[in-house]
Design a binder for this molecule. Structure first.
Ligand SMILES: Cc1ncc(COP(=O)(O)O)c(C=O)c1O
Length: 388
């Protein structure tokens, strides 16, 4: 069965008590702290940790369990747990897989607040982070220390879209007994299968493509069989709560993921190609374009591209000059996050810990939404015209 059919096919009926409830296409949402057990025997089993259903509000209500199962199936992993935001998923992953005295490797193009968390929080717990070049491959070996326990990859990485040689890195990591994780938000599990490339942990900001409508904050961590017990135990000890109403929206968003992603991909490539031919544009940074330095890796490992990419301009414009262009845009909202139906733009110089291809350059990042692509191109054309 095709993946998009699998996502839709399963009806998430959640009646655990044999009651004659209507079977709606989407599952009902639960709200609650207390869960009432049918009998004391059930309550006793729950106390022993031997009761299958939710025992309390933080114990993953049915829609959350449905969503986690749907994500697990799509990722091809062993256990999935969701968190109340993408950054919460990243932080909890770090907590679950490290301890004081450990050393970790993080690609320098990883999501900024995750990088900040390593510097400001993990450091307090005596966990040392080395930031490694975003297009790392075999050279990862030189950064490994005897106490290195994990590597966090993000491919393509935030804002600058470098691609890592995932299978080369996971092979080296496995030889050294190191856990490899990958932030797979850009490609989603539809366009990249991290576990098939030897990754142990796949992280998703569900807030982006999976939910798809910019009305949910959520993240997910999925692990392979080897690490299932670590994620499951850590999640049940920390009792991190994700509201069932948000899980419902994410599960609903997932049903249209495949069709939305196809449109994001097609429109983004059209806009990127148009920008590539513009006289004021210097570099279009999109892994699916042949001029991207790691295009060969994207072609080898990914089965598609999404709607987020960036470009740089030939001249170094002042903030006022850039504002003349950006404020002219009608269809591109100025705001953080991405993966939703509305086109968005951010523009900033990147701050990196390692030398970067784009140091000193303003990176203009576009989230290509689901508007008509002709309108988006016309909008950009009229805006760029404002630049001297
Ligand atoms: C690649 C990536 N990972 C994780 C996150 C964090 O997701 P959230 O906004 O849900 O915290 C983001 C957010 O922009 C992101 O771009």
């Amino acid at each position: 069965m095709k993946e998009e059919s699998k996502i839709i096919h399963r009806l998430w009926t959640v009646d655990g008590h044999g009651n004659n409830l209507p079977t709606t296409v989407n599952p009902p949402v639960y709200r609650g702290s207390t869960v009432l057990f049918d009998t004391y025997e059930d309550m006793y089993m729950a106390g022993q940790g031997r009761y299958d259903g939710p025992t309390y509000g933080t114990d993953r209500f049915p829609v959350q369990r449905c969503l986690e199962e749907a994500l697990r199936e799509l990722e091809g992993g062993s256990v999935t747990r969701v968190y109340p935001s993408g950054i919460a998923a990243i932080q909890n992953f770090f907590y679950a897989f490290t301890k004081s005295g450990d050393h970790i490797l993080v690609v320098d193009n990883a999501y900024g607040p995750g990088v900040r968390f390593c510097k400001k929080v993990l450091a307090k717990f005596n966990i040392e982070t080395t930031f490694i070049p975003p297009s790392v491959a075999e050279d990862i070996e030189q950064y490994i220390k005897p106490n290195t326990v994990l590597i966090l990859l993000e491919s393509p990485g935030s804002n600058t879209f470098e691609i890592q040689d995932i299978p080369v890195i996971t092979t080296i990591a496995e030889k050294n007994g190191i856990v490899t994780a990958l932030d797979n938000t850009w490609a989603t599990p539809l366009y990249l299968k991290p576990f098939e490339l030897g990754v142990d942990v796949s992280i998703q900001a569900i807030s982006k493509y999976i939910s798809g409508y910019s009305d949910v904050l959520m993240g997910a961590v999925t692990v392979n069989e080897k690490y299932g017990h670590i994620l499951d135990n850590f999640h049940s000890v920390t009792e991190m709560y994700t509201p069932d109403s948000d899980c419902y929206l994410a599960l609903r968003g997932m049903k249209t993921l495949s069709i939305r992603l196809k449109q994001h991909e097609q429109s983004a490539i059209q806009v990127a190609s148009w920008l590539g031919g513009h006289e004021k544009v210097d570099t279009v940074i999109h892994p699916a374009l042949p001029n991207h330095p790691e295009h060969h890796l994207w072609k080898r490992d990914f089965s598609g591209s999404s709607g987020l990419f960036a470009f740089t301009l030939k001249k170094d414009y002042s903030t006022e000059e850039l504002a003349g262009f950006i404020n002219k845009l009608n269809h591109f909202g100025l705001g953080y996050s991405w993966g939703g139906y509305k086109s968005l733009l951010t523009a900033a110089k990147q701050r990196r810990n390692t030398p970067s291809r784009f140091s000193g350059k303003t990176i203009i990042r576009l989230n290509i939404g689901l508007e008509g692509v002709e309108d988006l191109i016309l909008d950009l054309e009229q805006g760029i015209e404002m630049l001297p």
